[in-house]
Design a protein around this ligand. Sequence first.
Ligand code: IMP
Length: 180
Amino acid sequence: MPARNRNHLKVLLRRTAIERRVQVIAREISRDFRGESVHLIGVLKGAAIFLSDLIRQISLDTSLDFMAVSSYGKNKETSGQVRLTKDLDTSIQGLNVILIEDILDTGLTLNYLQRILQQRRPKTLRIAALLDKPERRIQAVHADYVGFTIPNEFVVGYGLDYAEHYRNLKDICILKLGKE
Ligand code: IMP
């Protein structure tokens, strides 16, 4: 990996815009499930920050679980294969499940997770993705709640990483790698 300080970051989405959008999504979820409970499932690790901001804005009874899949390795290209590396702790049968993902890119991850979760008979299954890169889509996925549709650029920050770096940035930035 090139020295991190040679990489170039350009702000795409400022923290204030993200905060406002997360609030709007939380309000939509609270309205859509009024009088019911929701079970949020975060896809580790990228969705952790989005999920932690979102859940605190939802005015319903909530519960929480996590799953992990292997997707991107240490570079920016996906292998095209999705593998479950951490399963849920509890059953989702009969629950209003919202699967929370940082970014919908090729669609392989969410397509796979949606299929395995549907087999477990939740009452409802919805998807919330903070970011959507529709140009890269290989498998169709319908996200019920989308924060921002973005161009085909590699982004980091607000939970998103490049080789585990940059997750702590408050803004979402386009990453251009410096020359080695
Ligand atoms: P998909 O299976 O191609 O839709 O990819 C979803 C996963 O790829 C996300 O959960 C991210 O972990 C990763 N990913 C896709 N695009 C980006 C990006 O621009 N920055 C960081 N991670 C990304």
